[in-house]
Every structure is written in structure tokens, then in C-alpha cells.
Design a protein around this ligand. Structure first.
Ligand code: AMP
Length: 284
């Protein structure tokens, strides 16, 4: 595995490999790798000649009061894990390398961001779209791998790929969970011990919500309330949102029908967690 820290070196290497007709699978991450990331890496490994993983905690996707400085980082550990997974190139640029001066052009995401994390983290998806566009231009992968844990991010990146004509196949991978159902996340280490015990209620409430749906309930507000009640009864987390939208359009639904996403975000003392389930309403 080669660790590369400069854009120029990676671009030169990727151009060389493309000349040899190698397919390139790309997994962008913010590091502090866990089984969720490793699942994306393994999928990329299976489907491509070469695998590129990037580790970059992107400052421009964090709001001023968010956890950029406390976001967990451990490059040595990540390097070992990536090597273990037979990654070919680990791209680990500095902030100065990625943003040597104030950007003269910044992307603004106009669609699918007026809800969920787009609403509660203003500017977040502009930062994501900007860094992903830079990374796509640097790596020029055949396929790019993203987790459905960040379902809205997948929807936004589909837009980036379509609007800016990237010849890249987006592969969306299912959420990887802990044994107790908590979605794996680098941020989980920033939960206090008692919060870690409460956090599985996020997925439990999403799962429980499917029971009334199976029994015929079609009112999204009622389902949202079932989830909110469970979370507030069984944790001290502060609910940021619990919302249901059509997926992948992310439009409000008056009646549950077709494919919908039930998504939530909950703030604990030092960390905000997200989770979702995407379900198909039978017979609609
Ligand atoms: P991050 O390092 O949090 O930016 O995540 C990098 C990629 O890994 C994103 O595409 C995430 O959606 C994905 N990812 C993170 N956690 C999980 C998980 N538990 N299951 C599946 N994919 C995940």
C-alpha cells in the first residue's frame, strides 16, 4: 500500500493506472476507520483492480459550533487497517494541500437539502459536494462507494455525479451495525458510557415503527411520534429531527406509500448521531 499526501502525486499515479485500463474503486472517508468503512473497502476490493481510500476530515463541511476539532483521528491505526484490507493507495492530504487558499468557486447544493441534516446543518452539504468534487477530480475513479447511513449524502452525491457529468458509478452500501443495533460511526467513541448504553434506542425505535406500518398505519406524523416517544422515554438524547420522506427524492409524504426513508438525528452531550431505515410500503 502506498500512502500519498499530495494531489499531484496521486493524480499522476491515477493517470498512469488508467492508461493501463485499470478500474479504480474509491472510498472517501474521514478516517477513524470501523467495520462500516471496511465493508465499503471490501466491496471496492471485490469490484475493481485498484482501491483508493481517502482520509480527510473536511473542515468546510462542519459548522462553527460542530465537532471538527473533537472529531476522532488516528492515522496510524487507519494505516494498519487499510493495509490489512489490501488497499492500494491511501490518500491522506493535509488541509493546506486540499485548500491552499480561499476557494474561488464553491458548490451550493440546491436540491434535497431543505430537509433532515441539510436543514439542521446549514452549509454541510455544500462542503460535502465541494470536497467530493475535488476528490473525484483527483482520483477519477471508476466506482465510488458510500454508506446508506448517510442516506441524504448519497442522494446529494447522485446529484453531483449527474449534474457535473462525472463518469463514475455510485455504489451505495447497507448500514453496518454493532451487535446491539447501533449504527457504526467514528463518532460513537465520543459518547459517554451511559449514553453508549442508551444509543441503541435509535435503531430500536426505527425498527419498532415498522410494526404499526405493517398493521396498516399510513399517517407519517403518527409514526414519527411513536419514534420520538420511545427515544425521549429511554434516553437523555435531545431529538434534532425524526422525519419521513420519499426516497431518494426526499419530498414530504402525506400518506405512507412507495419507498420512504425514516430518518433521525439525536444530540448527546458531545456527539450528534444519525440513523435511518429505508422501507418499501407494500401494496402501494
Ligand atoms: P465518514 O468517515 O463518516 O465520512 O464515512 C465514510 C463513508 O463510510 C461514508 O460513505 C459513510 O456513509 C460510510 N459509513 C460510515 N458508517 C457506516 C456504517 N455504519 N455502515 C455503512 N457505511 C458507513
Amino acid at each position: 500500500m502506498r500512502v500519498i499526501t499530495t494531489i499531484k502525486e496521486l493524480q499522476t499515479e491515477m493517470a498512469l493506472q488508467k492508461k493501463k485500463d485499470k478500474t479504480i474503486g474509491f472510498v472517501p472517508t474521514m478516517g477513524y476507520l470501523h467495520e462500516g468503512h471496511l465493508t465499503l473497502i471490501r466491496r471496492a476490493r471485490q469490484e475493481n483492480d485498484l482501491v483508493v481510500v481517502s482520509i480527510f476530515v473536511n473542515p468546510i463541511q462542519f459548522g462553527p459550533t460542530e465537532d471538527y476539532t473533537s472529531y476522532p483521528r488516528d492515522f496510524e491505526r487507519d494505516r494498519v487497517l487499510a493495509e490489512w484490507e489490501n488497499v492500494d493507495y491511501l490518500f491522506y492530504p493535509s488541509v493546506e494541500e486540499m485548500y491552499p487558499h480561499k476557494l474561488s468557486v464553491k458548490l451550493t447544493v440546491q436540491d434535497r437539502t431543505d430537509v433532515l441534516c441539510g436543514k439542521s446543518r446549514p452549509g454541510h452539504f455544500d462542503g460535502v459536494a465541494t470536497v467530493i468534487t475535488k476528490l473525484f477530480n483527483i482520483v477519477m475513479p471508476t466506482r465510488a462507494y458510500f454508506g446508506k447511513k448517510d442516506a441524504q449524502q448519497v442522494a446529494v452525491i447522485e446529484g453531483v455525479i449527474a449534474d457535473f457529468n462525472f463518469p463514475i458509478e455510485l455504489v451505495a452500501v447497507d448500514i453496518v451495525r454493532e451487535a446491539d443495533g447501533l449504527a457504526k460511526s467514528s463518532r460513537n467513541v465520543n459518547l459517554l458510557p451511559e449514553e453508549r448504553l442508551e444509543a441503541p434506542i435509535l435503531f430500536k425505535s426505527l425498527t419498532a415503527a415498522t410494526t404499526p406500518i405493517d398493521q396498516g398505519e399510513r399517517n407519517p406524523a403518527k409514526i414519527e411520534n411513536v419514534i420520538k416517544e420511545m427515544i425521549s422515554n429511554e434516553s437523555n438524547g435531545e431529538i434534532d429531527y425524526v422525519e419521513i420522506y420519499s426516497y431518494p427524492q426526499l419530498k414530504p409524504v402525506k400518506t405512507l406509500a412507495g419507498r420512504v426513508i425514516i430518518a433521525l438525528a439525536v444530540k448527546f452531550s458531545k456527539v450528534r448521531l444519525i440513523d435511518n431505515v429505508i422501507i418499501e410500503i407494500a401494496g402501494s
